[in-house]
Ligand binder design. Structure first.
Ligand code: ATP
Ligand code: MG
Length: 393
């Protein structure tokens, strides 16, 4: 039988909050594994054991899902010794790691004995297991400093386990321990990456997308759903709110100075997003802005945008280069979708010469004269809701 042993991350540092973090992490693990099959989850001695309850559970998929859960530093697929005895360990170790040991030249054994009642101490476990491995694979040599394979023996309360090199987990802290925030999501490269980064810091995500049909298409909105589905593999479930933005954009075009179109549009986005966020118990907004990337992302423009938002705006990409953002988008598999060419509402009615240093006072006056705020309620009343989960489809 095989199980997965999960080691907790930063959690360990969090003192009194630890219990709450662990509980949340276990809930998140259960949540993602419910799509794979029945698994028992046990938590003891800063290790979470994931134990498949029947042979239908695909352990590859379990591991893949575990690798995307924030709050985990490392995890190992481990063989369970049929009995918690030294004989059983000596038989299981060379068998379970046979492929790796056969291909290796050197190895060592590391033992962890958290069941203090086990008759042998760690150094003895190492010595005896090492001897058994050498009997099974006489071509091997012991190298304690730089071995090709490390045979891990863990004697825990429930059973004894054998595993090879632990795999690196997603890091971060468990989603749900860092509060709720709403990400303003476009179909571009940046905002899905921003969403992923904040989820990694424990934030539970809600998504807000502005659509301006017929200037933006149904396909453009579908693209955003696809992107969020990929983000949800890390963040867990996301509720997406699509805001009808056409009338507001048309009104901005009709009644505001052209060079202020973009900044006013962005401020309207913030005002609407704030209302939606508040009513969904989110206490911050998230955007994919990066300093200097476009006209609306200068310090002055961002100051104007921020002034419209009545809550903190997180911009996790603010100091990153485009290539660094792209690297993450490859890693989380959003890149190929992001570069599909569909119109975003930000790219309709773009001014030829947008103000890069807008002055808040003028912007506010233009907004007032266009009576834009009176249109916010209508937009908020006509939200479309889409539920996104991380079930495989
Ligand atoms: P992205 O790659 O995320 O689209 P971008 O570099 O293209 O970003 P802008 O188009 O100026 O930059 O948008 C800046 C940010 O504003 C985006 O990262 C996103 O958070 C938000 N945003 C832009 N368009 C929309 C939209 N249609 N709906 C919701 N949020 C949006
Ligand atoms: Mg964009």
């Amino acid at each position: 039988m095989e199980i997965v042993l999960v080691k907790l991350g930063e959690i360990v540092l969090k003192g009194l909050n630890r219990r709450q973090f662990e509980d949340r992490l276990i809930k998140n693990i259960k949540n993602t594994l419910k799509y794979v099959g029945e698994c028992e989850i046990k938590n003891a001695q800063s290790t979470i054991s994931v134990i498949p309850q029947n042979s239908f559970v695909d352990l590859d998929e379990v591991c893949e899902r575990i690798s995307r859960v924030f709050g985990i530093v490392s995890y190992s697929r481990a063989g369970v010794c049929p009995e918690k005895t030294m004989e059983s360990v000596l038989k299981t170790a060379p068998e379970y790691l046979a492929d790796e040991l056969r291909a290796a030249k050197t190895f060592k054994v590391e033992a962890k004995r958290s069941d203090k009642k086990f008759p042998l101490k760690s150094p003895e476990i190492c010595r005896e297991t090492g001897a058994a491995v050498l009997r099974a694979f006489p071509h091997l040599r012991v190298d304690v400093h730089n071995p090709d394979v490390t045979v891990h023996v863990e004697i825990r309360d429930f059973a004894a386990y054998i595993h090879g090199k632990p795999l690196r987990g997603a890091g971060g802290i468990p989603v749900g321990t860092g509060g709720n925030a709403a990400v303003l999501i476009s179909g571009g490269i940046d905002s899905p990456v921003a969403a992923y980064m904040m989820a990694k810091r424990g934030v539970r995500l809600t998504a807000i997308h502005f659509a301006s049909p017929p200037y933006t298409s149904e396909r453009a909105e579908q693209k955003v759903v696809t992107l969020l589905k990929k983000v949800a593999k890390y963040s867990g479930d996301i509720t997406m709110y699509t805001v009808p933005f056409t009338r507001i954009q048309e009104e901005i075009r009709r009644r505001c100075p052209e060079e202020l179109f973009t900044i006013i549009m962005r401020r309207m986005m913030m005002k609407i997003a704030e209302q939606v966020a508040r009513s969904r118990r989110c206490s911050a907004l998230i955007t994919g802005e990066s300093l200097g990337q476009v006209a609306s992302q200068t310090i002055d423009a961002i100051a104007c945008t921020d002034a419209a938002a009545g809550m903190p705006v997180f911009r996790p990409l603010i100091g990153m280069d485009k290539q660094e953002i792209i690297d993450i988008s490859y890693k989380i598999d959003t890149y190929e979708t992001s570069i599909e060419p569909y119109e975003d509402c930000c790219t309709v009615f773009t001014p030829k010469h947008p103000r890069t240093k807008p002055v808040l006072e003028f912007v506010e006056r233009a907004e007032k004269e266009a009576e834009l705020d009176s249109m916010i309620d209508e937009a908020v009343a006509n939200l479309k809701i889409t539920y996104i989960n991380n079930k495989e489809d």
